[in-house]
Ligand binder design. Structure first.
Ligand code: DER
Length: 219
């Protein structure tokens, strides 16, 4: 079974959480792309979709699924997104797709967060995946020095400017023992726009793709 089949397994099962005739939010990545493809067959059940990333918005529009702005819908009942890592408390590291600022905003504007991932993303401790940190470009070097003090090894993600006009530092070698504390600590560094630790607002449900089936994990 290829990783893509595991992702599709999770994406298909995540669709069971689609509300009837309501708005939903979606994030970014290849698993979400599979979810959007599966969603197209049920698009008349969806009143509108808030896309947290430009790539997802383009895919939704290509498939004729109605896209709406967060400002027009306020609170969303449910948000569907992938993750780079998710631990057993359903706290996540996200940002592999450089859309973490939009994703954290729409996730917080949603009542329920359904995370969909292939089994390789499920870990006991976060931090093997380098932590994406979105920074204001002119502050980049100073922020990097502060992240080194936290025990990280920041690497600038080459030729990436985010939707908000910022850069991404991928921080290696962090041992993330207290995800919530580190999420807040990094966001307090002046020049940091957002970071990829989703611990304050973990997922409510994890749909984990396995070869033979999708597993539902809640905390
Ligand atoms: O960038 C993100 O947060 C994405 O959700 C990413 O973490 C998941 O990407 P994948 O589904 O392609 O593995």
């Amino acid at each position: 079974t290829t990783q893509n089949e595991l992702k599709r397994q999770a994406a298909r099962r995540a669709l069971d959480y689609l509300p009837n005739d309501d708005y939903i939010g979606v994030g970014s990545g290849s698993t979400v792309a599979l979810f959007i493809e599966e969603l197209a067959a049920k698009k008349d059940r969806v009143r509108g979709v808030v896309a947290a990333s430009l790539e997802s918005r383009e895919l939704l529009e290509k498939l004729g699924i109605k896209v709406v702005a967060l400002a027009d819908v306020g609170k969303l009942p449910v948000y569907f997104d992938g993750a780079d890592e998710v631990n057993h408390s359903l706290q996540m590291i996200k940002g592999g797709g450089a859309a973490l600022l939009g994703e954290k905003i729409v996730a917080h504007a949603s009542r329920q967060f359904i995370c969909m991932a292939d089994e390789s993303k499920y870990v006991s401790k976060l931090g093997k995946f380098p932590l994406p940190v979105e920074v204001v470009p002119f502050a980049r070097s100073w922020v990097a020095s502060q992240l080194v003090k936290l025990g990280g090894r920041p690497v600038l993600r080459e030729s990436v400017i985010t939707r908000g006009g910022h850069e991404i530092l991928d921080v290696h070698d962090l041992s993330i023992l207290e995800p919530m504390k580190l999420e807040d600590e990094i966001n307090r560094i002046p020049g940091v726009m957002e970071n990829g630790i989703f611990a304050r607002h973990p997922a409510d449900v994890l749909v984990l793709g396995h070869a033979d089936r999708a597993e539902i994990i809640t905390v």
